[in-house]
Structures are given as structure tokens and as C-alpha cells.
Design a protein around this ligand. Structure first.
Ligand code: ADP
Length: 472
């Protein structure tokens, strides 16, 4: 079985199928073969169970090279090599084959876990008892230069048969140890691989489930937005009539109104307007959520906007005994923005500031130039990518009850109120800030809250300046 087609389960049971070169890496096998060959003074080759040569430490023998130049001797030597390769000794035994040159080959089987995983061939080596070139060789090759062959025999490896047999046994024992630790490493690796694969599969499954849940939530969110848009739209028409008719009643178009009637009709109109405000908010929110709100961007002046917002809110603030201050740090570039929507943002913030500040307090609306970092979003790790961009920074600061730190991001969620219990002193729906945030973001801006010293909240709105406006 090839490695490529193994399943993780097969990999866990490799003890039964591992090849020699899987159990002992090729490099270790090569250096082991080399050092045994050096120590024993005999050539060594290791073959896999499939006959592939895995390691070779057999320096060329001059005698053999010389004999190979004669056709008859070469044929005889090649026959010997083929028969050595086909030798298959019994388990734990060694087989010996003699060569026409007078040398010997010793073959030994390598076993692992009662399985043949390879073969070792030692030789050719020449026992010291061999005195002369075999006569068989002379018969085979009469043209042989006997003196030369004899002198080459004297430099050939002279090792006793017993030494080579012992060398083989040592090599076999060493390989056994190596294969055992190799098997351990292989199993550990396979188990690790299998567990990584399993974790990956589980992660994939979880990711799939999350994706399904996310798609479903997105669909629900879309349905909710559609529902809000439709209902708000349908409520607005009759409500406009209610407000219109109550105004006509108050103007006496349908005759004089007497006694408590004026007070009751006034309440109807006021509550109707409150409801209309809420419905408009819901419509805005659903348009912002679905991305269908279109901004009417145009060049606009910041000081005029700040002045206008302060003037609009001053009567309301005075009624509560509050002061509204403004501060604009010139020079300020013009903004390319939807003036009406930015006015809505600031009015909403000032309205909140007035609402949450007790009598005697101050609300300050200010604007100045600043440079802030714009990461694409929190935690994306793109710190190096962040560049500072010029912005006009609006601040609405009050001296009111302030907003605890843990609430400072939550207040931008739709319908969220810091103290949402029914005993809340202040009215409201919790929609205002979520609309404000989305309007700011649709201008590519940012909004956040800080604490005011010694008390109160500061809402900071940053609207990017177009480069062209900045240089003007
Ligand atoms: P609403 O004012 O209608 O409740 P908002 O979305 O405008 O809804 O505000 C959400 C909540 O944030 C408010 O209910 C209030 O608890 C808190 N909040 C907003 N502005 C201020 C402020 N200036 N000071 C203290 N709390 C504030």
C-alpha cells in the first residue's frame, strides 16, 4: 500500500505495514551502513522488501573492475550478483554465495514485527585462507594477466567469514533498535496527524453550523427590517390625520372648544407627534439597516451648523434652566456631507444632553480639526496599515448624570437604555443613538463617548474631511 492512499486509520495501524525506509529514515540508514562497512572492512548494501536499493556502502573493488573488462568473467560476475539478489535465507539465518573471483557474499534478512522488511548484502570479501586466484577463473578467461590479478587480490578486503557473520548480526540488532524507535515516532506522528484531522473536521462542522445560524439570523433581521418599514409606513398615514384633525380642533375650525376639551385635544396632538417621531425613527433605522437611505452630500459650513443646532435647542434648554455654549476652533475646512442628517445627529445628542442634565447645568457644543486613526475595524491587527486622517471633530459635552464605562458601547444598540426599568425618570425609546451612530458611519465617520470632568458625558463625533476641502 502506498503512503498516498493510506487513510488516517491505516496510519494508526502502521505497525503492520510500515516499510523499512518509513521506519528508519534514509539518511540514518546510509550513515549506519557506511560506518558498519568502515568498521568491518567489507562492502554493504541494504535493500527494501520490494528489492529497491536503500543504502549502498560498497567501494569499487579494483579486482572486480579488472575482471569486468573480460566478457566471460563479466557474464559470470553478473550471474553471481543476480543469484545473490534472489537469495532468501530463512528467518534469522544468513546465506552465503561465492563468486568467480574467489570472494564471498553474505545475505541476511531484516525483520520487523515478524515481517520481512528488507535484506542486507555484505561483500564481496575474501577470506584470508584464499591463497590464489581460483583456477575456474583462469579456465574462463585464459587471457587474464595472472600477475595483475594476483596483485589486485592482495589489496582486496581480507575478512574472515566469522567476522562478517558477526558484523551482520550486529547490524541486524542495531537496525532492530532503530526500527523500534522509528515505529514509535511514526505512530506518534500518525496519531498527531489523525487528531489534527479530526479537530479540523470538527471545526469545519462547527463552522458550517455557525454559517447556517448566521444566514438564518440575517434572514430574520431582513424580515424584521421589512416588517418595521411596512408597519411604520402604514401607521404614519392615519397618525398624520390624527395630528391634523386635532390641530384643526385647537384652531376652532369645527367650532369653539370649551373647558377641559382644549387640554385633552392638546394632549392628543402632543402624543400623536411623539408617536410620529418614533415612527420616523423606526423608518430611518430600517432604511439605514437595509442600506437604502441615500445621503444628499454637498459642501457645508461647520460653524453655521453648530450655531443653528445651539439656537434650535436653546429655548428647550432654558425651560430646564440649562445653558448652551458653543465653541468653534477656526479655521475649519468645509465638510462634504448631508447637512440635514448631520444636524439631526447633533440635535439628537444635544437633546439627550439636555434630557440627562439637571437644572443649572451646561451643555457645550464644539467643533475643531483633528487627525485620527482609521482602522478598518477593531482587532483586525492591521496596525501598520492604519493612517491618520483629518476629521472635523464635534463634541457635545454635558454636566449631567454621565454614562458608566460598561454602558458606553451598548447605548448605541437599538432600544438600549442605561436604566431600562419602567421607573425611569426620563422618557425615550432608546432608538436615537443607534440612528445617530449609523448616520455618522454612513458619512464614514466614528462616534464614541467619554466621561466629562467632574461629571457628565461627552459624545465625540468625527467626520472625515475630503482632501480637496482640507487644502482649500
Ligand atoms: P433615548 O434617549 O430615547 O432613551 P438614546 O438612544 O438617545 O435613547 O439613548 C440611549 C440611552 O443612552 C439613554 O436612554 C440614556 O440612558 C443614555 N444616554 C444618552 N445620552 C446620554 C447623556 N448625555 N447622558 C447620560 N446618559 C445618556
Amino acid at each position: 500500500m502506498s503512503t498516498a492512499t493510506r487513510s488516517p486509520i491505516d496510519e494508526l495501524t502502521l505497525g503492520q505495514g510500515a516499510r523499512l525506509d518509513e521506519l528508519v529514515d534514509r539518511e540514518s540508514l546510509a550513515s549506519l551502513t557506511r560506518s558498519f562497512s568502515d568498521v568491518g572492512g567489507v562492502g554493504l548494501r541494504v535493500f527494501g522488501a520490494d528489492g529497491r536499493l536503500l543504502a549502498d556502502a560498497s567501494p569499487p573493488l579494483e579486482l572486480v573492475s579488472y575482471l569486468m573488462t573480460f566478457r566471460g568473467a563479466r557474464n559470470a560476475l553478473e550471474k553471481v550478483v543476480a543469484s545473490v539478489k534472489s537469495l532468501d535465507p530463512e528467518d534469522g539465518q544468513q546465506a552465503v554465495e561465492s563468486c568467480v573471483s574467489g570472494g564471498l557474499y553474505r545475505v541476511m534478512v531484516i525483520e520487523h514485527d515478524a515481517r520481512r522488511v528488507g535484506k542486507v548484502v555484505l561483500g564481496p570479501y575474501y577470506p584470508p585462507s584464499l591463497r590464489d586466484i581460483p583456477t575456474l577463473l583462469l579456465e574462463l578467461e585464459p587471457a587474464l594477466d595472472l600477475d595483475r590479478a594476483r596483485s589486485l587480490l592482495t589489496v582486496a578486503p581480507r575478512v574472515t567469514d566469522e567476522s562478517v557473520e558477526r558484523l551482520g548480526r550486529h547490524l541486524s540488532a542495531t537496525l532492530e533498535v532503530l526500527m523500534f524507535s522509528g515505529l514509535k515516532a511514526l505512530l506518534t506522528r500518525s496519531m498527531h496527524l489523525a487528531s489534527v484531522r479530526e479537530s479540523f473536521r470538527e471545526l469545519e462542522e462547527k463552522q458550517q453550523k455557525l454559517q447556517t445560524a448566521y444566514d438564518r439570523l440575517k434572514e430574520l433581521d431582513r424580515l424584521k427590517s421589512n416588517f418595521l418599514a411596512t408597519v411604520s409606513h402604514e401607521l404614519r398615514t392615519p397618525l398624520t390625520s390624527i395630528i391634523g384633525y386635532s390641530e384643526m380642533l385647537l384652531e376652532g375650525i369645527a367650532g369653539d372648544i370649551v373647558g377641559d376639551q382644549r387640554e385633552f385635544v392638546t394632549t392628543i396632538r402632543e402624543k400623536g407627534e411623539q408617536l410620529l417621531g418614533l415612527i420616523k425613527g423606526l423608518l430611518d433605522l430600517s432604511k439605514l439597516e437595509s442600506g437604502t437611505m441615500s445621503l444628499r452630500r454637498a459642501p457645508m459650513q461647520v460653524p453655521a451648523l453648530v450655531r443653528d443646532v445651539a439656537q434650535t435647542m436653546t429655548p428647550h434648554a432654558k425651560k430646564k434652566g440649562l445653558t448652551i455654549e458653543t465653541q468653534v476652533e477656526a479655521p475649519l475646512p468645509e465638510l462634504f456631507a448631508d447637512a440635514e442628517r448631520l444636524r439631526q445627529v447633533l440635535l439628537n445628542l444635544v437633546e439627550n444632553a439636555v434630557k440627562f442634565t439637571p437644572t443649572g447645568g451646561t451643555v457645550r457644543v464644539s467643533a475643531r480639526m483633528n487627525h485620527i486613526e482609521f482602522g478598518s475595524s477593531e482587532g483586525e491587527g492591521a496596525v501598520l496599515m492604519r493612517a491618520k486622517r483629518p476629521v472635523v471633530e464635534f463634541r457635545v459635552a454635558d454636566t449631567g448624570i454621565g454614562i458608566p464605562e460598561v454602558e458606553r458601547t451598548k447605548i448605541f444598540d437599538a432600544f438600549y437604555q442605561v436604566d431600562s426599568s419602567s421607573t425611569r425618570e426620563q422618557g425615550g425609546t432608546g432608538l436615537g443613538l443607534s440612528i445617530v451612530k449609523r448616520l455618522v458611519e454612513s458619512h464614514d465617520g466614528r462616534i464614541h463617548v467619554e466621561a466629562n470632568e467632574p461629571t457628565g458625558a461627552v459624545f465625540v463625533v468625527a467626520i472625515p474631511v475630503r482632501r480637496a476641502s482640507f487644502s482649500s
